[in-house]
Design a protein around this ligand. Structure first.
Ligand code: BGC
Length: 757
């Protein structure tokens, strides 16, 4: 028996090596044969000349000389067809083997035509739109010479203190996975050798969105069960969608930072998930393992390559220490060859080995970048990302001839429309809200006053102004600004106050312990409310905010995130009713920062808090707050209203090899045509590891005319009911399931079915 097993294993192994041999790319293998150890190591080195995207501390020296010496595999922070051609020529004409470079960039939410920040776009729940956005970004970026993108960022985030929550798709693994897939497909297209597609990078693998205390770059500590069921699915979805590369995260995974974690990069990513692209570190994350306490540069570089990391971003630990490690027997040349092969295969995949100048076509930028068509898509995307958080007394939509006092430090402010991580966008090309409202409603009487500074705290402002003048401390005193605003408010019919966060109050290295609107603006809102005029808040932010106070002070609230280059026009479209808002939150919004991390999939615990929300001693609840968030995941209003009825399952039983249809009828019962995002949630009532209280399992966005009804159907099979059990096997377990279909996650279960053995 033992021998039999051995021979089966041997056959399997031989079969596998044959398969791999068959899949090898002859051009790449030829190159590898010619390469010295140093040249192979050179391919693993990623640099940024002049620190193009200045987020890290290391700026590479002598990039040009290194390219000529074959010591660079790729660069980022270089753009325009001419500059990219120059860079490629350095490599192709001057280095011994003439291997072209990967040209990377952070194209996070549009290239030059910036569309809403990812968290905003996720609120559209519109996969076609998200894919189209990524396609547009790829077309623009490749026209400017980029062939490799550091996006999508798919880190699940449930802590709004963390600034990079802005860059992801919110708290839910199911929705996050759908979005990850749509983005990869959008960037990479059907054929990566086409010049309008670019290789995508899923980041930051893994768990980067769960730092302790919401502080960026902080330690993460998480059980395997939670990883597999909640945090890993979006990375896996990107891998399944064929993503070309994976970027590691800065944080620990079970005690070993991602960039040096063999379990993560080899056992899971390659062996379990079958990933066949290459892995790049984050900015100096290999070197940072020294500070983490894992040894000197040579030790951490060896740790990283042995773990399965292929490319070292900026830190040059690979370049400067790997040869020595090979000589000392700490790393095998075979390991380095494997990594170099993956980089070369990527270059082959995107067509660079056949034509190094594929992305250096000087005629493209004029044709492909910031076109009218692209701006139209950015405007549409922005309108779909807005979430109506409150509506009262039909204040919205506004009449196109209304008498409006437009007030607030973000109301006429080009600098803050694009949002975080838009290094290639030009804020000066963006449409501020004042201009947009006038474009959409030229007959309205719109007067404007700033009303307050974004913040009156100059120490805070300095921190926020690292990359630009996002917060200007006005010469005028706050009192003068306020008086001007109140005078305008009193003579208007309605106040529209545009308030919230400046661009760099969210994003990388922008964590906050206070997630309210800055004090200067809170005061303004209080005073505006006292005038007795209806106050509509247009709220801009890169994170869920605590708006408990503002919910009471305003008649309506429209959450617009950071909407991108077409901000003002999109806000006009929605405020004046040309588009009826349909976005739904992809994070739970807490009542206060004390509730975080908070999300809708929380487990019930052994001592659930009472459903009434009333405090009960020795139950899981707070003395000073209900457990529920202020606004739940999936929540968002419309100018019209929708009613759900006839929620049902096609059968009471689901067979192991069958499927079941869960459906509901949705009716537009209000006075406007509108769109609704219909959501299906289930609960696995009994299983071998404690289930979440509920889980999103499907959604559909439908359009309904006034008075119209539609039946929405979800087909569910046992595959959809799988989860990772205690042994991290992906299984379903027979038994009872509850479900509901509704317009938000905070609904009651109203149906059941049983999954049979
Ligand atoms: C960020 C990455 C980004 C990289 C390169 C890092 O600081 O964490 O998301 O891709 O910089 O710009």
């Amino acid at each position: 028996m033992k021998n039999f097993n051995l021979s089966v294993a041997l056959l399997f192994f031989l079969g596998l090596s044959c398969l791999q041999a068959q899949e090898r790319i002859p051009e790449v293998e030829e190159l590898l044969k010619k390469m010295t150890l140093e040249e192979k190591i050179g391919q693993l080195n990623l640099l940024t000349p002049g620190g193009g995207v200045a987020t890290g501390s290391v700026v590479s020296e002598g990039v040009e000389a290194k390219i000529k010496a074959g010591k660079v595999g790729g660069v980022f922070g270089v753009s325009s067809p001419a500059k990219v051609r120059q860079a490629q020529e350095l490599a192709v004409k001057n280095s011994r083997l003439g291997i072209p470079l990967l040209i990377g960039s952070d194209v996070i939410h549009g290239y030059k035509t910036t569309y809403p920040i990812p968290l905003g776009l996720s609120a559209s729940w519109d996969m076609d739109l998200i894919k189209e956005g990524a396609q547009m970004a790829a077309k623009e970026a490749t026209a400017d010479g980029i062939n490799w993108n550091f996006s999508p960022m798919v880190d699940i985030a449930r802590d709004p203190r963390w600034g990079r929550i802005a860059e992801g798709a919110g708290e839910d693994p199911y929705l996050g996975s759908q979005i990850a897939k749509a983005m990869v497909q959008g960037y990479q297209g059907e054929d990566l050798t086409q010049p309008h597609t670019m290789m995508a990078t899923v980041k930051h693998m893994a768990l980067y969105g769960a730092p302790e205390a919401g502080r960026d770059y902080n330690t993460v500590d998480m059980s395997r069960l939670k990883m597999f069921n909640e945090y890993l699915p979006p990375y896996k979805a990107a891998v399944d969608a064929g993503v070309g590369s994976v970027m590691t995260s800065f944080n620990d995974i079970d005690g070993i930072p991602a960039s040096g974690n063999k379990w993560l990069l080899t056992d899971l990513l390659r062996d379990r998930w079958g990933f066949d692209g290459f892995v790049v570190s984050d900015y100096t994350s290999v070197n940072e393992m020294i500070a983490h306490g894992l040894g000197d540069l040579q030790a951490v570089s060896a740790l990283a390559i042995n773990a399965g990391l292929d490319m070292d971003m900026v830190g040059e630990g690979f370049l400067t220490t790997l040869k020595k490690s090979v000589e000392e027997g700490k790393v095998t040349e075979e390991q380095i060859t494997k990594a170099a092969r993956r980089i070369l295969e990527a270059k082959h995949k995107i067509g660079l080995l056949d034509d190094p100048y594929l992305y250096s076509d000087e005629s493209r930028p004029d044709k492909d970048i910031l076109t009218e068509e692209n701006r139209k898509l950015a405007r549409k995307a922005a309108t779909r990302s807005f979430v109506l958080l409150k509506k009262h007394n039909n204040t919205l939509p506004l009449a196109k001839d209304a008498n409006i006092a437009l007030i607030g430090p973000l109301a006429n402010n080009k600098n803050n429309m694009l949002g975080t991580w838009a290094p290639t966008g030009n804020p000066q090309l963006s449409v501020p809200i004042l201009e947009g409202l006038k474009n959409v409603a030229p007959n309205a009487n719109i007067t404007y006053a700033k009303g307050a500074n974004i913040s009156d705290d100059s120490t805070f402002a300095k921190k926020v102004n690292v990359f630009g003048q996002r917060i200007q401390i006005a010469d005028e005193s706050p009192e003068t600004l306020l008086k001007e605003a109140l005078d305008l408010a009193k003579s208007s019919d309605v106040v529209v106050a545009v308030v919230g966060e400046a661009t760099e109050m969210s994003g990388e290295a922008a964590s906050r312990t206070d997630i309210t609107i800055p004090d200067s603006q809170k005061k303004l809102i209080r005073e505006l409310a006292k005038t007795g005029k209806p106050v509509v808040l247009v709220l801009m932010s890169g994170r869920p905010l605590d708006i408990s106070e503002e919910m009471a002070l305003s008649v309506s609230i429209l959450q617009i995130w950071h909407p991108g280059v077409e901000a003002g026009n999109a806000v006009g479209d929605v405020l004046f009713g040309d588009y009826n808002p349909s976005g739904k939150l992809t994070n739970s919004w807490p009542r206060s920062v004390g509730q975080v991390p908070i999300h809708y999939r929380m487990k019930t615990t052994g001592r659930p808090g009472p459903e009434s929300g009333e405090f009960q001693k020795f139950k899981s609840n707070y003395l000073d707050s209900p457990n529920t968030p202020l606004l739940p995941f999936g929540y968002g209003l419309s100018y019209t209203t929708f009613e759900y009825s006839d929620v049902k399952a096609s059968s009471k039983e689901l067979n192991a090899d069958g499927s079941i249809e869960l459906s509901a009828t949705v009716t537009n019962t209000g006075n406007y045509n509108g769109e609704e995002i219909v959501q299906l949630y289930i609960r696995d009532v009994v299983r071998s590891v404690t289930p979440p209280g509920k889980e999103l399992k499907g959604f559909q966005k439908i359009a309904l005319k006034k008075g119209e009804s539609k039946t929405v159907t979800f087909t569910i099979s046992p595959e959809d009911l799988k989860f990772y059990n205690y042994d991290i096997e992906y299984v379903y377990e027979p038994g009872e399931f509850e479900f509901f279909i509704a317009g938000s996650s905070d609904s009651e279960f109203d149906g059941t079915f049983t999954l049979k053995k």
